[in-house]
Design a protein around this ligand. Structure first.
Ligand SMILES: [Zn+2]
Length: 313
């Protein structure tokens, strides 16, 4: 299939239950993917982006941003790459040449994954890392650097005491304390978030952070809304934001989530969601089930647990 298909309309399983006097048809529609699932389906486990074939260098290049954004990663291309050469030989090619493909795609439908909640969480995580780096005066992107980590611990404590925001604190389940609501409220600068998060940062950097926060907050609210969006205006805003980040913070990493938000969100809205924000595709309900799934995992013996998990999913 060489045409991008909206996964919202992809029918992956049709069961027919024959009953007396008629039948019931059950359609299960695949509509939500996280990045790991997208990588499993499209074979691009090593790619910077599951929507375009831009390399790690390109997504950090102003020239590439100015040249315009496109959704050009096609499952058929990935399958063809595998078919053209021996698999062992293919996997030895440089990642850029393989377009980040790590295995043969397991789907024949292009994956247009929209994750509005995770856009909030992941972009907020990137934004906090930017703050920690600036607070530490460490203008080389290295989140595990000791000075950056010290800033992170200090800013976390300040935000907890001054704003009652529990940000980036590792949880026992392997995630962090940052929720969608915390990310949303911080981007809206509730409880003077920015003032406290940047209390030790110089004024010029503080002003840059303030501007980025405003830009990202607007883009994220558009993505998470259910309103009709002017996608061409949104594209302009995304491009301006992307360029601003690259110009002001050339040393900062551009994470896949930030790239996806600024390069592709307006196109997903315009071409795959009838011009409306992606609120209808939010993972919030799905994520809310996590605690119940975890509870089941704790209660059931291992053998029964895996069977129940199979039935849940
Ligand atoms: Zn991309």
């Amino acid at each position: 299939m060489d045409k991008i298909v909206n996964p919202q309309t992809e029918r992956i399983l049709v069961n027919r239950l024959f009953l007396t006097g008629g039948h019931v048809q059950v359609d299960i529609v695949r509509s939500l993917f996280d990045t790991k699932m997208a990588g499993l389906l499209d074979g691009a486990g090593g790619a910077s982006c599951h929507l375009c074939t831009a390399s790690d260098e390109e997504i950090k290049s102003i020239d590439w941003v100015r040249s315009g954004f496109t959704i050009n990663r096609l499952i058929s291309d990935a399958g063809q790459l595998f078919d053209d050469v021996n698999e062992d030989h293919f996997l030895k090619l440089p990642s850029k040449q393989r377009l980040g493909i790590t295995h043969k795609p397991t789907s024949d439908i292009n994956i247009i994954a929209a994750s509005p909640l995770h856009a909030y969480l992941c972009v907020f995580w990137w934004y906090m890392l930017l703050i920690y780096h600036l607070d530490a005066g460490h203008k080389v992107w290295s989140p595990s650097d000791d000075k950056v980590n010290a800033s992170m611990r200090r800013i976390r404590a300040i935000l907890l005491v001054k704003c009652s925001f529990s940000v980036d604190i590792p949880s026992s389940q392997g995630g962090t304390s940052t929720t969608g609501n915390i990310a949303r409220n911080c981007f809206l600068d509730k409880r003077d978030f920015l003032k406290w998060a940047t209390s030790s940062i110089n004024l010029s950097d503080k002003l840059l952070l303030e501007k980025i926060q405003t830009y990202l907050s607007v883009v994220l609210r558009l993505v998470n809304s259910g309103n009709l969006i002017n996608c061409s205006k949104m594209e302009e805003l995304c491009k301006e934001t992307y360029e601003y980040i690259l110009v002001q913070f050339p040393w900062a990493n551009v994470t896949p989530s930030l790239h996806k938000l600024l390069s592709h969100s307006f196109k997903i809205i315009g071409e795959y969601n009838n011009g409306r924000g992606l609120q209808n595709l939010s993972e919030e309900c799905l994520e809310a089930c996590n605690k119940f799934v975890r509870r089941i995992g704790k209660i059931l013996p291992e053998k029964q647990h895996s069977l129940t998990m199979y039935e849940i999913f």
